[in-house]
Design a protein around this ligand. Structure first.
Ligand code: MF3
Ligand code: CO
Length: 240
């Protein structure tokens, strides 16, 4: 899991460094593919439920699962990159949203709050807490900053498969039991935060998820290991 995580984080970093006006999302996807293969791993997303690429690249009001293509990034865009790497049978999954050139203060604030909401959530990612404690940490921070968290898509257990139990929602479902966290569990915590309402829609391509109201959206994800102390972030790199 550590090795897979390091490769996924490296791929996210390559993608981040390529983001610039005029660059196509398929050019970024290609370098993500090359990096993962060169590292001796497989791009987890490629072919997953028929998904056609190695990375998901979601721009502005696109929340997640944007399919790379001929779209050229523009100054002021915010660009979410989600990547997965499978190494020796284990998966690392991570994402981040990054500015293209100069972005508005509001866009930069959304990116920063989304990233911080992950860290607010994982304060409770340790043995003895419940999954819903992470959810509450993410939700409270994002909403107290005036944003909303996406409900239709959630974080997840990650291991030999990309998506395992338990689900890790970014909001609290009152009256619902929630699993306890035990050391040794590996989960992907991934706040998806909208500047407007939480509602989303899916494009006719069957993949691209966008905000229903057209507002900007940001995403931040790491795969983490639960311990009896601080969680270990498996997809961390210096710059993220
Ligand atoms: N990283 C995404 C997740 O956490 C998975 C992308 S879906 C795929 O659920 F189909 F593109 F693989
Ligand atoms: Co994920």
């Amino acid at each position: 899991m550590r090795q897979a995580g390091r490769i996924a984080a490296g791929a996210r970093s390559i993608a981040r460094q390529m983001i610039a006006p005029g660059v196509t999302t398929k050019a970024i996807n290609k370098e993500v593919f090359n990096f993962i293969r060169k590292s001796g791993a497989q791009p987890t997303f490629l072919g997953y439920n028929g998904y056609p690429a190695s990375a998901c690249i979601s721009v502005n009001d696109q929340v997640i699962h944007g399919i790379p293509g001929s779209r050229k990034l523009q100054e002021g865009d915010i660009v979410s990159v989600d990547v997965g790497a499978t190494f020796k049978g284990f998966v690392g999954d991570c994402a981040g949203t990054f500015p293209c050139g100069q972005c508005s203060d509001e866009a930069l604030r959304l990116i920063a709050v989304t990233r911080q909401s992950f860290f607010e959530g994982i304060r409770y990612a340790r043995q003895g807490y419940r999954v819903s404690d992470i959810s509450a940490g993410v939700q409270t921070y994002a909403e107290s900053n005036g944003y909303s968290v996406v409900r239709d898509y959630v974080g997840h257990g990650v291991g030999a498969k990309m998506h395992e139990d338990p689900e890790v929602p970014n909001y609290v479902q009152h009256g619902r039991g929630s699993p306890r966290l035990l050391k040794g569990m590996t989960i992907a915590v991934e706040p998806m935060v909208n500047a407007g309402g939480w509602e989303v829609k899916v494009l006719p391509d069957g993949w691209t998820v966008l905000t229903a109201d057209g507002s900007l959206s940001a995403h931040y994800e790491n795969s983490i290991l639960i311990t009896d102390g601080e969680p270990e972030i498996l997809t961390m790199s210096d710059d993220l």
